[in-house]
Every structure is written in structure tokens, then in C-alpha cells.
Ligand binder design. Structure first.
Ligand code: HGY
Ligand code: MN
Ligand code: MN
Length: 421
């Protein structure tokens, strides 16, 4: 097997690290948040601008560029056999006050990898495609993986038709405002995808602790997300004795304390997070009538997730009764734990070994579009280290040298998948 990087066509990498940093900083300007980091939520104005800017860059690199119906943006290097496609990419949306690398590093790395391969090896055997996926985080609307699920055809339209963001903006209105609409569900999903390889920051600290530049992911955690709405009774803070209250904050706090204690008892690798909470009417001298909070539960084992979410529901019902409040539990994400494709993992490992890339096999505690593709397309992931394991935070950072090592691994992998195999 030709060793791409050690071979006669040694990649010119002296500028690669600088180019990656320049590009992630450029892309990070679309949604730069005055409170820090990047806030680029699905179908926001900054999301529109970022996708348009990515379209311009991909066109400048000579790719065939197109949006799909819902706003996934693709750049394609056409192959001899156009019936097959090797896909790479990641998500363009961010969390609020997110970092510069989550999602967008995978898009920048993919464009640079296709640019390199096109310039050095010309037309591939099969199509090489980079996709800037519309949405993965689930940060604006109670729905996640919107971009990848539309490509693999697992979206159920009714799951988003009525949803709204926390400001009450309907999903469909936001999508139409950005110029996009539902995909034609009478059409079969794409059948040309022969592999999907996503490169992403680790968002944990294992690679840094073990001084590795590249992670080869073997499996991705499963996760479930819920919105819990606790309805008590808004009342006067001065004239309502403690014994006569239906205090939604008191009830919700009790639920959250019990559930997090339960998660701690369960122990690693189970993790549970209450990341978002809204109190209504949220006024200093009103006993809160309503609390809405989110729950994110993850584990490597599907049964463990099932068991924990059964306990979650049971605890919430019991505590609701104890407080005399009404509680609704709505699950809006249920992503199974998945293993990466062994054949592609082997290719990545071999290319890392042959090209002296300092790598290790690793599990992903973060969810990724790769776990959606993995259900129907041979899929693998590459990681680069996150400093102090920090992510979903303006302090998110990866050393430029590691960013470049990741792109080298991606180039070598895509080369073998699109030019050799
Ligand atoms: O939440 C996650 O695991 C990912 O960053 N969306
Ligand atoms: Mn991500
Ligand atoms: Mn993320």
C-alpha cells in the first residue's frame, strides 16, 4: 500500500498548521459572541453567513458545490466512478459560547484534505465529498443531528413540524427564512455513500494525557435527551405560607438532586447533565409556577441507558406526587451507542503507523454525526487532542501541530478509500 506521507509525494506540511488555524479563526468570525466564543445556531443569520462563506471557499477550490434541501452544504471532487462517494465532514452549528474547533475543524480539515488530494493526485476513482452538515448540537431546537439524519433518511418530519426554540420561533419558519425546506421524503436516501470519515476534536483529555496527536475512534457513546416540564402554582412570595405552596423550583431541584445522585451512584461511564433550565415567571417575589429543564444521559451500553431512564421516570413521578405538582417528560433524542467500521479503523491505524503518526485507539464520550451515518454507511472517526479536555467553552483549544497531524491522517485515509481501494 503506497505510504502517502512517507512516499515520494511527501506532503508539504510546513504551512498546513498555519492554514488550519487561519481557517478556523476565519470561520469562527461568523457568530463570534461578545460574551466569548462562537454562537452559531441552526438557521440563525450567522449560520446563513457561515454556510455562504463555506460555499465560496469550496467553489474557489474548484469543487462542485451544492446545498441539499435542508441546508447541508457539499463540495465534491468527481471520481471516475460517480456512482460511489467517499464522504468526510462535520457540523457547522455550535453550542452557545462554544469553541473554535467543535464541528468546524472537521469541515476545514475536510476542505484542506480534498484540496491536497485533488492537487497531488487528480481525479479519484470514486467521488470525494466534503459536507458542512447543517446541525448536530441540538442547541437551538429540541432536535439533534438534523443534517446527518436528513442525509441517511432517518428524519421523521412530524418530529420537527411543531417544535420551537426557546424564544418561540417555529423550526419550519426558521428553516424557510434561511431558504430551505423539508427533503422530499418520497425520494430514497443516498445510496452512493461507501464510507463516511469524520475528524473532530476529542473534547476530553485522554490524548493530551497520553501525549498522542491522533485518536482513532472505535466506538461512540449512546445518548438520550429529555425536556422535563414541572407545573406547580405561581403565587405571592409574601402571603403564601410554605405549607401551601406548589413551588416548581423546589420540586424540580428535588428531582435534579435525586437524579444526579443516582447517576453518581451508577458510576462511570454513565454521565447525566442538566444543562438548561427555565423558571417561569422568573420574578423575585413570585413562587415559581413552572420550571422547564433538560436532561442528557449517556453510556456506552444501551441497556444501562434504558435502566437509568426507567429510574429517571419513576423518580420524577414519585417526587411530583410528593410535591403536588404536574410533570411532563418528553424524550427528543435517542441515539444508540455504535461501533466504528473495523475495516476503515484498520485502514486509519495502518496509515497512521506507516506515516509515523502518533495515535491511539479511543472511545468517544461525545455524540457525533458519525454515529448517525454508522447505522447505514461504513463509518469511522479521527480525533485530535483538546487542551485540558475543555470543549463547549471559549477556552476550547488544540495545538496547531496536532491539527496538522489530524489532517495528515485524514488525507492518508481518504487517499486509500478514494484512490486505491
Ligand atoms: O453533545 C455532544 O456530545 C456533541 O458535542 N454534540
Ligand atoms: Mn461536535
Ligand atoms: Mn458539540
Amino acid at each position: 500500500m503506497q505510504d502517502l506521507i512517507k512516499g515520494k509525494e511527501k506532503l508539504e506540511f510546513e504551512n498546513l498548521a498555519a492554514e488550519i488555524v487561519e481557517r478556523v479563526e476565519w470561520l469562527g468570525c461568523f457568530g463570534k459572541d461578545p460574551l466569548g466564543g462562537v454562537s452559531r445556531l441552526l438557521y440563525s443569520e450567522e449560520w446563513d453567513e457561515a454556510q455562504k462563506a463555506m460555499k465560496g471557499w469550496m467553489e474557489n477550490e474548484g469543487f462542485e458545490v451544492q446545498f441539499d434541501e435542508i441546508g447541508n452544504l457539499s463540495g465534491i471532487v468527481k471520481g471516475n466512478d460517480m456512482s460511489e462517494t467517499i464522504l468526510t465532514g462535520s457540523h457547522i452549528d455550535t453550542v452557545t459560547n462554544g469553541g473554535l474547533y467543535d464541528g468546524q475543524y472537521g469541515i476545514v480539515a475536510g476542505v484542506l484534505a480534498l484540496k491536497y488530494l485533488k492537487e497531488h493526485y487528480g481525479q479519484p476513482k470514486r467521488n470525494l465529498e466534503i459536507v458542512s452538515l447543517a446541525e448536530e448540537e441540538g442547541s437551538r431546537f429540541p432536535y439533534a443531528f438534523w443534517g446527518s439524519k436528513n442525509i441517511v433518511g432517518t428524519v421523521v418530519r412530524k418530529d420537527v413540524e411543531m417544535i420551537k426554540d426557546f424564544d418561540g420561533v417555529p423550526f419550519v419558519k426558521a428553516m424557510n427564512k434561511s431558504g430551505f425546506n423539508f427533503r422530499d421524503e418520497s425520494k430514497a436516501p443516498r445510496q452512493d455513500l461507501k464510507a463516511f470519515v469524520e475528524i473532530h476534536i476529542e473534547q476530553g483529555n485522554v490524548l493530551e494525557k497520553e501525549k498522542k496527536s491522533v485518536g482513532v475512534v472505535h466506538s461512540i457513546v449512546g445518548q438520550r435527551r429529555f425536556t422535563i416540564e414541572v407545573t406547580g402554582e405561581a403565587n405571592h412570595a409574601g402571603t403564601t405560607p410554605m405549607g401551601y405552596r406548589k413551588d416548581a423550583v423546589y420540586a424540580a431541584s428535588h428531582m435534579i438532586y435525586e437524579l444526579i445522585s443516582l447517576a453518581k451512584q451508577q458510576g462511570d461511564p454513565l454521565v447525566m447533565t442538566v444543562g438548561k433550565m427555565e423558571v417561569k415567571p422568573n420574578i423575585v417575589n413570585v413562587v415559581p409556577g413552572t420550571v422547564i429543564f433538560t436532561v442528557d444521559v449517556r453510556h456506552t451500553d444501551k441497556n444501562a441507558i434504558n435502566q437509568f431512564t426507567e429510574m429517571l421516570s419513576k423518580n420524577i413521578v414519585e417526587i411530583s406526587q410528593e410535591h403536588g405538582v404536574e410533570t411532563s417528560i418528553e424524550m427528543w433524542l435517542d441515539a444508540d451507542p455504535v461501533s466504528m467500521d473495523p475495516r476503515i479503523v484498520e485502514i486509519i491505524e495502518r496509515q497512521c503507523r506507516n506515516n509515523s503518526l502518533n495515535y491511539k485507539l479511543i472511545h468517544s464520550g461525545a455524540g457525533h454525526d458519525a454515529q448517525i451515518f454508522a447505522e447505514t454507511v461504513p463509518t469511522a472517526m479521527l480525533f485530535v487532542p483538546s487542551r485540558n479536555g475543555i470543549s463547549h467553552n471559549p477556552a476550547e483549544y488544540t495545538e496547531p501541530a496536532d491539527l496538522a497531524e489530524g489532517v495528515k491522517a485524514l488525507i492518508a485515509t481518504l487517499y486509500e478509500l478514494a484512490y486505491i481501494e
